[in-house]
Design a protein around this ligand. Structure first.
Ligand code: PLP
Length: 421
Protein backbone atom coordinates (compact mmCIF):
# COMPACT_ATOMS: atom_id res chain seq x y z
CA UNK A 1 0.00 0.00 0.00
CA UNK A 2 1.37 3.44 -0.89
CA UNK A 3 2.22 5.78 1.99
CA UNK A 4 -0.31 8.36 0.72
CA UNK A 5 -3.06 5.72 0.73
CA UNK A 6 -2.06 4.65 4.22
CA UNK A 7 -2.04 8.26 5.52
CA UNK A 8 -5.41 8.86 3.90
CA UNK A 9 -6.92 5.89 5.69
CA UNK A 10 -5.36 6.97 8.99
CA UNK A 11 -6.57 10.56 8.66
CA UNK A 12 -9.85 10.32 6.75
CA UNK A 13 -11.01 6.82 7.57
CA UNK A 14 -12.65 4.65 4.96
CA UNK A 15 -13.55 7.34 2.39
CA UNK A 16 -14.43 6.01 -1.08
CA UNK A 17 -11.75 5.95 -3.77
CA UNK A 18 -11.89 5.26 -7.48
CA UNK A 19 -10.04 2.32 -9.09
CA UNK A 20 -8.54 -0.93 -7.77
CA UNK A 21 -5.17 0.80 -7.79
CA UNK A 22 -6.07 4.40 -6.82
CA UNK A 23 -4.29 7.29 -8.49
CA UNK A 24 -2.77 10.44 -7.07
CA UNK A 25 -3.47 13.47 -9.27
CA UNK A 26 -1.13 16.43 -8.86
CA UNK A 27 -1.88 18.67 -11.85
CA UNK A 28 -4.66 19.44 -14.33
CA UNK A 29 -4.66 21.31 -17.62
CA UNK A 30 -7.76 21.41 -19.87
CA UNK A 31 -8.93 17.80 -20.27
CA UNK A 32 -5.60 16.44 -19.07
CA UNK A 33 -4.66 15.24 -15.61
CA UNK A 34 -1.21 14.18 -14.41
CA UNK A 35 -0.23 11.88 -11.57
CA UNK A 36 2.76 12.30 -9.28
CA UNK A 37 4.98 10.30 -11.67
CA UNK A 38 4.04 12.54 -14.61
CA UNK A 39 1.73 9.99 -16.26
CA UNK A 40 -0.90 11.77 -18.35
CA UNK A 41 -4.60 10.92 -18.28
CA UNK A 42 -7.50 12.19 -20.37
CA UNK A 43 -10.29 13.13 -17.99
CA UNK A 44 -13.50 11.56 -19.26
CA UNK A 45 -15.44 11.68 -16.02
CA UNK A 46 -15.36 15.09 -14.35
CA UNK A 47 -18.07 17.52 -15.35
CA UNK A 48 -17.22 20.12 -12.68
CA UNK A 49 -14.16 21.56 -14.50
CA UNK A 50 -16.45 22.04 -17.53
CA UNK A 51 -14.27 24.67 -19.23
CA UNK A 52 -11.12 22.72 -18.37
CA UNK A 53 -8.90 22.03 -15.38
CA UNK A 54 -6.97 25.12 -14.24
CA UNK A 55 -8.71 27.25 -16.87
CA UNK A 56 -6.62 30.47 -17.05
CA UNK A 57 -9.62 32.76 -17.78
CA UNK A 58 -11.47 31.45 -14.72
CA UNK A 59 -8.35 31.54 -12.54
CA UNK A 60 -7.67 35.15 -13.55
CA UNK A 61 -11.27 36.23 -12.86
CA UNK A 62 -11.14 34.52 -9.47
CA UNK A 63 -7.79 36.04 -8.48
CA UNK A 64 -8.79 39.51 -9.68
CA UNK A 65 -12.07 39.49 -7.75
CA UNK A 66 -10.51 37.96 -4.64
CA UNK A 67 -7.80 40.62 -4.62
CA UNK A 68 -10.41 43.39 -5.03
CA UNK A 69 -13.40 42.46 -2.90
CA UNK A 70 -15.30 39.47 -1.59
CA UNK A 71 -18.14 39.97 0.86
CA UNK A 72 -21.43 38.30 1.74
CA UNK A 73 -24.66 39.18 -0.01
CA UNK A 74 -26.08 41.87 2.27
CA UNK A 75 -24.51 44.74 0.36
CA UNK A 76 -25.33 46.01 -3.10
CA UNK A 77 -23.03 44.64 -5.78
CA UNK A 78 -23.62 44.83 -9.53
CA UNK A 79 -21.53 41.76 -10.34
CA UNK A 80 -24.06 39.32 -8.88
CA UNK A 81 -26.91 41.13 -10.66
CA UNK A 82 -25.15 40.93 -14.02
CA UNK A 83 -24.51 37.24 -13.44
CA UNK A 84 -28.10 36.54 -12.34
CA UNK A 85 -29.43 38.38 -15.39
CA UNK A 86 -27.17 36.46 -17.77
CA UNK A 87 -28.00 33.09 -16.20
CA UNK A 88 -31.74 33.72 -16.23
CA UNK A 89 -31.45 34.80 -19.87
CA UNK A 90 -30.31 31.27 -20.67
CA UNK A 91 -33.48 29.71 -19.19
CA UNK A 92 -37.10 29.66 -20.30
CA UNK A 93 -38.93 32.92 -19.63
CA UNK A 94 -41.03 31.76 -16.64
CA UNK A 95 -37.89 31.35 -14.54
CA UNK A 96 -37.58 34.95 -13.41
CA UNK A 97 -35.61 35.04 -10.17
CA UNK A 98 -32.65 33.24 -8.74
CA UNK A 99 -31.34 32.13 -5.35
CA UNK A 100 -27.61 31.44 -5.12
CA UNK A 101 -26.03 28.78 -2.91
CA UNK A 102 -22.77 26.81 -2.85
CA UNK A 103 -23.51 23.13 -3.42
CA UNK A 104 -25.94 20.96 -5.33
CA UNK A 105 -27.31 19.67 -2.03
CA UNK A 106 -28.13 23.22 -0.94
CA UNK A 107 -29.81 23.91 -4.28
CA UNK A 108 -31.91 20.74 -3.84
CA UNK A 109 -32.86 21.85 -0.30
CA UNK A 110 -33.92 25.27 -1.58
CA UNK A 111 -35.90 23.71 -4.42
CA UNK A 112 -37.71 21.35 -2.02
CA UNK A 113 -38.52 24.22 0.33
CA UNK A 114 -39.65 26.46 -2.53
CA UNK A 115 -42.01 23.80 -3.89
CA UNK A 116 -43.43 23.02 -0.47
CA UNK A 117 -43.90 26.67 0.49
CA UNK A 118 -45.50 27.54 -2.86
CA UNK A 119 -47.93 24.59 -2.86
CA UNK A 120 -48.34 24.24 0.90
CA UNK A 121 -47.76 20.58 0.11
CA UNK A 122 -45.31 17.99 1.42
CA UNK A 123 -45.41 14.96 -0.88
CA UNK A 124 -42.57 14.67 -3.38
CA UNK A 125 -42.21 12.12 -6.18
CA UNK A 126 -38.68 11.07 -7.12
CA UNK A 127 -37.24 8.06 -8.96
CA UNK A 128 -36.05 4.73 -7.61
CA UNK A 129 -32.38 5.31 -8.49
CA UNK A 130 -32.02 8.96 -7.68
CA UNK A 131 -29.46 11.13 -5.94
CA UNK A 132 -29.97 14.85 -5.37
CA UNK A 133 -27.66 15.49 -2.42
CA UNK A 134 -26.88 14.47 1.14
CA UNK A 135 -28.59 16.80 3.66
CA UNK A 136 -30.99 15.07 6.03
CA UNK A 137 -34.06 16.12 3.98
CA UNK A 138 -32.64 15.75 0.48
CA UNK A 139 -31.11 12.33 1.19
CA UNK A 140 -34.65 11.09 1.93
CA UNK A 141 -35.14 10.88 -1.83
CA UNK A 142 -32.20 8.50 -2.19
CA UNK A 143 -33.43 6.58 0.85
CA UNK A 144 -36.96 6.39 -0.59
CA UNK A 145 -35.30 5.04 -3.73
CA UNK A 146 -33.38 2.33 -1.94
CA UNK A 147 -35.79 1.39 0.88
CA UNK A 148 -39.19 2.10 -0.62
CA UNK A 149 -42.21 3.93 0.75
CA UNK A 150 -42.53 3.09 4.46
CA UNK A 151 -39.30 4.82 5.50
CA UNK A 152 -40.42 8.14 4.04
CA UNK A 153 -44.13 8.78 3.77
CA UNK A 154 -43.52 12.18 2.16
CA UNK A 155 -41.28 10.83 -0.62
CA UNK A 156 -42.48 8.28 -3.19
CA UNK A 157 -39.94 6.70 -5.52
CA UNK A 158 -41.33 5.65 -8.90
CA UNK A 159 -39.43 3.50 -11.43
CA UNK A 160 -37.39 5.76 -13.68
CA UNK A 161 -38.58 5.64 -17.31
CA UNK A 162 -36.41 3.58 -19.63
CA UNK A 163 -36.56 1.58 -22.82
CA UNK A 164 -33.59 -0.76 -22.29
CA UNK A 165 -34.97 -2.65 -19.27
CA UNK A 166 -38.62 -1.62 -19.49
CA UNK A 167 -41.14 -2.11 -16.71
CA UNK A 168 -42.99 -4.47 -19.05
CA UNK A 169 -41.67 -6.19 -22.18
CA UNK A 170 -43.51 -6.16 -25.51
CA UNK A 171 -45.19 -2.76 -25.26
CA UNK A 172 -44.90 -0.13 -27.95
CA UNK A 173 -43.29 3.15 -26.94
CA UNK A 174 -46.51 5.04 -26.22
CA UNK A 175 -47.92 2.21 -24.09
CA UNK A 176 -44.65 1.96 -22.16
CA UNK A 177 -44.66 5.72 -21.59
CA UNK A 178 -48.23 5.45 -20.23
CA UNK A 179 -47.18 2.64 -17.89
CA UNK A 180 -44.50 4.88 -16.36
CA UNK A 181 -46.91 7.83 -16.22
CA UNK A 182 -49.37 5.60 -14.33
CA UNK A 183 -46.74 5.24 -11.60
CA UNK A 184 -46.89 9.02 -11.14
CA UNK A 185 -50.68 8.96 -11.04
CA UNK A 186 -50.56 6.14 -8.46
CA UNK A 187 -48.06 8.03 -6.28
CA UNK A 188 -50.26 11.14 -6.34
CA UNK A 189 -53.34 9.06 -5.45
CA UNK A 190 -51.33 7.42 -2.68
CA UNK A 191 -50.37 10.79 -1.19
CA UNK A 192 -54.02 11.81 -1.36
CA UNK A 193 -55.09 8.59 0.35
CA UNK A 194 -52.60 9.25 3.13
CA UNK A 195 -53.66 12.90 3.49
CA UNK A 196 -50.23 14.13 2.43
CA UNK A 197 -50.77 17.22 0.25
CA UNK A 198 -48.82 16.95 -2.99
CA UNK A 199 -45.88 19.35 -3.58
CA UNK A 200 -44.31 18.12 -6.81
CA UNK A 201 -41.90 15.88 -8.68
CA UNK A 202 -38.12 16.14 -8.35
CA UNK A 203 -36.07 14.64 -11.20
CA UNK A 204 -32.75 14.98 -12.95
CA UNK A 205 -33.71 16.20 -16.42
CA UNK A 206 -31.72 13.42 -18.13
CA UNK A 207 -31.79 10.81 -15.30
CA UNK A 208 -28.00 10.89 -15.09
CA UNK A 209 -27.58 8.94 -11.85
CA UNK A 210 -30.19 6.45 -13.00
CA UNK A 211 -27.88 5.49 -15.88
CA UNK A 212 -28.91 7.95 -18.59
CA UNK A 213 -31.81 5.92 -20.01
CA UNK A 214 -33.53 6.44 -23.35
CA UNK A 215 -36.90 7.77 -22.19
CA UNK A 216 -40.06 6.38 -23.84
CA UNK A 217 -42.34 8.81 -25.71
CA UNK A 218 -42.80 12.33 -24.43
CA UNK A 219 -42.70 11.17 -20.82
CA UNK A 220 -41.27 14.35 -19.34
CA UNK A 221 -43.81 16.74 -20.89
CA UNK A 222 -46.70 14.46 -19.97
CA UNK A 223 -45.36 13.94 -16.44
CA UNK A 224 -45.21 17.73 -16.05
CA UNK A 225 -48.88 18.00 -17.12
CA UNK A 226 -49.92 15.32 -14.61
CA UNK A 227 -47.96 17.00 -11.80
CA UNK A 228 -49.49 20.40 -12.63
CA UNK A 229 -53.02 18.98 -12.83
CA UNK A 230 -52.55 17.64 -9.29
CA UNK A 231 -51.39 21.06 -8.03
CA UNK A 232 -47.70 20.19 -7.84
CA UNK A 233 -44.55 21.77 -9.24
CA UNK A 234 -41.99 20.16 -11.54
CA UNK A 235 -38.45 20.47 -10.22
CA UNK A 236 -35.59 19.84 -12.66
CA UNK A 237 -32.24 18.92 -11.17
CA UNK A 238 -29.74 20.33 -13.67
CA UNK A 239 -26.76 19.81 -11.37
CA UNK A 240 -25.40 17.17 -13.75
CA UNK A 241 -27.53 17.83 -16.82
CA UNK A 242 -27.02 21.58 -17.16
CA UNK A 243 -24.43 23.87 -18.76
CA UNK A 244 -24.29 22.25 -22.24
CA UNK A 245 -23.64 18.74 -20.95
CA UNK A 246 -26.64 17.32 -22.81
CA UNK A 247 -25.87 19.01 -26.14
CA UNK A 248 -28.45 21.70 -25.29
CA UNK A 249 -27.76 24.34 -22.69
CA UNK A 250 -30.19 22.62 -20.30
CA UNK A 251 -31.16 18.98 -19.94
CA UNK A 252 -34.84 19.95 -19.81
CA UNK A 253 -34.52 21.21 -23.40
CA UNK A 254 -33.11 17.83 -24.44
CA UNK A 255 -35.87 15.81 -22.78
CA UNK A 256 -38.60 18.31 -23.70
CA UNK A 257 -40.30 19.77 -20.65
CA UNK A 258 -40.69 23.11 -18.91
CA UNK A 259 -39.84 22.88 -15.22
CA UNK A 260 -41.18 25.30 -12.58
CA UNK A 261 -38.03 25.14 -10.48
CA UNK A 262 -34.48 24.42 -11.67
CA UNK A 263 -31.45 23.47 -9.54
CA UNK A 264 -27.96 24.17 -10.90
CA UNK A 265 -24.55 23.32 -9.47
CA UNK A 266 -21.39 21.35 -10.22
CA UNK A 267 -20.02 22.94 -13.48
CA UNK A 268 -21.29 26.46 -12.68
CA UNK A 269 -18.10 27.56 -10.93
CA UNK A 270 -15.62 25.22 -12.67
CA UNK A 271 -14.60 24.02 -9.19
CA UNK A 272 -15.49 27.04 -7.07
CA UNK A 273 -18.52 26.05 -4.96
CA UNK A 274 -21.40 27.75 -6.78
CA UNK A 275 -24.98 26.58 -7.17
CA UNK A 276 -28.38 28.16 -7.74
CA UNK A 277 -32.11 27.69 -7.98
CA UNK A 278 -34.27 29.51 -10.55
CA UNK A 279 -38.05 29.83 -10.33
CA UNK A 280 -40.84 32.31 -10.97
CA UNK A 281 -40.68 35.67 -9.14
CA UNK A 282 -43.75 34.63 -7.10
CA UNK A 283 -42.22 31.35 -5.98
CA UNK A 284 -38.92 32.97 -5.06
CA UNK A 285 -40.76 35.74 -3.20
CA UNK A 286 -42.72 33.27 -1.08
CA UNK A 287 -39.55 31.27 -0.38
CA UNK A 288 -37.61 34.37 0.67
CA UNK A 289 -40.49 35.67 2.80
CA UNK A 290 -40.89 32.36 4.62
CA UNK A 291 -37.21 31.59 5.20
CA UNK A 292 -35.22 34.87 4.99
CA UNK A 293 -32.63 32.58 3.37
CA UNK A 294 -28.98 33.54 3.91
CA UNK A 295 -25.90 31.62 2.87
CA UNK A 296 -22.57 33.11 4.02
CA UNK A 297 -20.51 32.23 0.95
CA UNK A 298 -23.27 32.49 -1.66
CA UNK A 299 -24.38 35.35 -3.90
CA UNK A 300 -20.92 36.88 -3.48
CA UNK A 301 -18.84 38.99 -5.87
CA UNK A 302 -16.41 36.06 -6.08
CA UNK A 303 -19.11 33.61 -7.19
CA UNK A 304 -20.37 36.14 -9.73
CA UNK A 305 -16.93 36.79 -11.23
CA UNK A 306 -16.16 33.09 -11.56
CA UNK A 307 -19.65 32.19 -12.85
CA UNK A 308 -19.36 34.92 -15.48
CA UNK A 309 -15.93 33.70 -16.58
CA UNK A 310 -17.33 30.17 -17.03
CA UNK A 311 -20.18 31.50 -19.20
CA UNK A 312 -17.69 33.60 -21.20
CA UNK A 313 -15.57 30.55 -21.87
CA UNK A 314 -18.60 28.46 -22.89
CA UNK A 315 -19.67 31.18 -25.31
CA UNK A 316 -16.28 32.25 -26.67
CA UNK A 317 -15.10 28.70 -27.28
CA UNK A 318 -18.43 27.57 -28.76
CA UNK A 319 -18.63 24.72 -26.24
CA UNK A 320 -22.37 24.12 -26.66
CA UNK A 321 -21.88 23.23 -30.32
CA UNK A 322 -18.74 21.21 -29.48
CA UNK A 323 -20.53 19.21 -26.76
CA UNK A 324 -23.27 18.17 -29.20
CA UNK A 325 -20.91 17.46 -32.12
CA UNK A 326 -18.12 15.60 -30.30
CA UNK A 327 -20.63 13.63 -28.22
CA UNK A 328 -22.56 12.48 -31.31
CA UNK A 329 -19.30 11.63 -33.10
CA UNK A 330 -18.10 9.49 -30.17
CA UNK A 331 -21.44 7.71 -29.71
CA UNK A 332 -21.68 6.85 -33.42
CA UNK A 333 -18.18 5.36 -33.30
CA UNK A 334 -19.04 3.43 -30.10
CA UNK A 335 -22.18 2.07 -31.78
CA UNK A 336 -20.03 0.77 -34.65
CA UNK A 337 -17.78 -1.00 -32.12
CA UNK A 338 -20.89 -2.33 -30.34
CA UNK A 339 -21.98 -4.17 -33.50
CA UNK A 340 -19.10 -6.67 -32.97
CA UNK A 341 -19.13 -6.73 -29.17
CA UNK A 342 -22.27 -8.11 -27.46
CA UNK A 343 -20.95 -7.14 -24.01
CA UNK A 344 -21.84 -3.56 -25.01
CA UNK A 345 -25.57 -4.05 -24.48
CA UNK A 346 -26.51 -0.45 -25.19
CA UNK A 347 -24.80 2.79 -26.15
CA UNK A 348 -26.90 5.83 -25.39
CA UNK A 349 -26.76 9.40 -24.24
CA UNK A 350 -26.87 13.01 -25.29
CA UNK A 351 -24.20 15.65 -25.82
CA UNK A 352 -21.02 14.88 -23.90
CA UNK A 353 -22.73 12.33 -21.70
CA UNK A 354 -22.67 8.73 -22.86
CA UNK A 355 -23.63 5.54 -21.07
CA UNK A 356 -22.35 2.15 -22.21
CA UNK A 357 -24.44 -0.62 -20.67
CA UNK A 358 -22.17 -3.57 -19.96
CA UNK A 359 -23.92 -6.96 -20.06
CA UNK A 360 -23.23 -10.69 -19.78
CA UNK A 361 -23.94 -13.17 -22.58
CA UNK A 362 -27.52 -13.59 -21.34
CA UNK A 363 -28.00 -9.81 -21.21
CA UNK A 364 -27.74 -9.48 -17.43
CA UNK A 365 -26.15 -6.35 -15.95
CA UNK A 366 -22.39 -6.97 -15.72
CA UNK A 367 -21.13 -4.67 -12.98
CA UNK A 368 -17.80 -6.48 -12.62
CA UNK A 369 -17.26 -6.28 -16.38
CA UNK A 370 -17.91 -2.51 -16.35
CA UNK A 371 -15.50 -2.05 -13.44
CA UNK A 372 -12.83 -4.16 -15.21
CA UNK A 373 -13.13 -2.02 -18.36
CA UNK A 374 -12.81 1.25 -16.42
CA UNK A 375 -9.72 -0.09 -14.63
CA UNK A 376 -8.12 -1.15 -17.92
CA UNK A 377 -8.91 2.22 -19.48
CA UNK A 378 -7.32 3.92 -16.50
CA UNK A 379 -4.13 1.94 -17.10
CA UNK A 380 -4.18 3.22 -20.70
CA UNK A 381 -4.62 6.81 -19.49
CA UNK A 382 -8.40 7.39 -19.69
CA UNK A 383 -10.39 8.15 -16.54
CA UNK A 384 -14.03 6.96 -16.40
CA UNK A 385 -16.31 5.28 -13.89
CA UNK A 386 -19.33 3.00 -13.62
CA UNK A 387 -22.81 4.19 -12.65
CA UNK A 388 -26.52 3.50 -12.94
CA UNK A 389 -29.00 1.59 -10.78
CA UNK A 390 -27.13 -1.70 -11.45
CA UNK A 391 -23.70 -0.03 -11.56
CA UNK A 392 -23.01 -1.64 -14.92
CA UNK A 393 -23.14 1.52 -17.03
CA UNK A 394 -19.79 2.96 -18.05
CA UNK A 395 -20.23 6.67 -17.60
CA UNK A 396 -18.45 8.82 -20.18
CA UNK A 397 -18.72 12.44 -19.11
CA UNK A 398 -15.65 14.48 -20.02
CA UNK A 399 -15.26 18.24 -19.45
CA UNK A 400 -16.85 20.32 -22.25
CA UNK A 401 -13.39 21.14 -23.64
CA UNK A 402 -13.01 17.49 -24.73
CA UNK A 403 -12.34 17.55 -28.48
CA UNK A 404 -12.63 15.14 -31.40
CA UNK A 405 -8.90 14.34 -31.18
CA UNK A 406 -9.39 13.21 -27.55
CA UNK A 407 -12.39 11.12 -28.61
CA UNK A 408 -10.23 9.43 -31.29
CA UNK A 409 -7.53 8.58 -28.75
CA UNK A 410 -10.15 7.14 -26.40
CA UNK A 411 -11.82 5.11 -29.17
CA UNK A 412 -8.47 3.52 -30.15
CA UNK A 413 -7.81 2.46 -26.54
CA UNK A 414 -11.40 1.27 -26.06
CA UNK A 415 -11.26 -0.85 -29.24
CA UNK A 416 -8.07 -2.55 -28.04
CA UNK A 417 -9.62 -3.34 -24.67
CA UNK A 418 -12.83 -4.83 -26.04
CA UNK A 419 -10.83 -6.78 -28.64
CA UNK A 420 -8.65 -8.34 -25.92
CA UNK A 421 -11.86 -9.27 -23.99
C1 PLP B 1 -28.00 15.05 -9.92
C2 PLP B 1 -27.32 15.56 -8.68
N1 PLP B 1 -27.93 16.47 -7.92
C3 PLP B 1 -27.36 16.98 -6.81
C4 PLP B 1 -26.11 16.55 -6.38
C5 PLP B 1 -25.51 17.10 -5.13
O1 PLP B 1 -24.50 18.01 -5.42
P1 PLP B 1 -23.36 18.36 -4.35
O2 PLP B 1 -22.45 17.18 -4.24
O3 PLP B 1 -22.68 19.58 -4.93
O4 PLP B 1 -24.04 18.66 -3.05
C6 PLP B 1 -25.43 15.59 -7.14
C7 PLP B 1 -24.09 15.13 -6.73
O5 PLP B 1 -23.50 14.21 -7.22
C8 PLP B 1 -26.06 15.08 -8.33
O6 PLP B 1 -25.45 14.14 -9.08
Amino acid sequence: MSSVLQRRQQLLGDATLFYEDPIQIVKGDGVLLYDEKGKQYIDMYNNVPCVGHANPVVVEAMAKQMSTLNVHSRYLHEGILNYAERLLGLHHADLENIIFACTGTEASEIALMTARIATRGRGIICTDATYHGNSSEVIKMAIAASLGEPANAEFRAIPFPQKYRPLQQGLDEEALCELYLDKIRQAIADFEGNKIPFAGMFVCSIFANEGLPDIPGSFMAKATDIVHAAGGLMIADEVQAGFCRSGDFWGYETTGFKPDIVCMGKPMGNGLPLSAVAASADHVASFRKATRYFNTFASSPLQAAVGMAVLDEIQNRDLLRQSAAVGAYMRNALKRIQADHPSMGDVRGCGLFTGIEWVTEDNQADREGAIAVTNKLKEKGFLLSNAGILKNVIKVRPPLVFEKKHADQFLEAFKEIVKDG
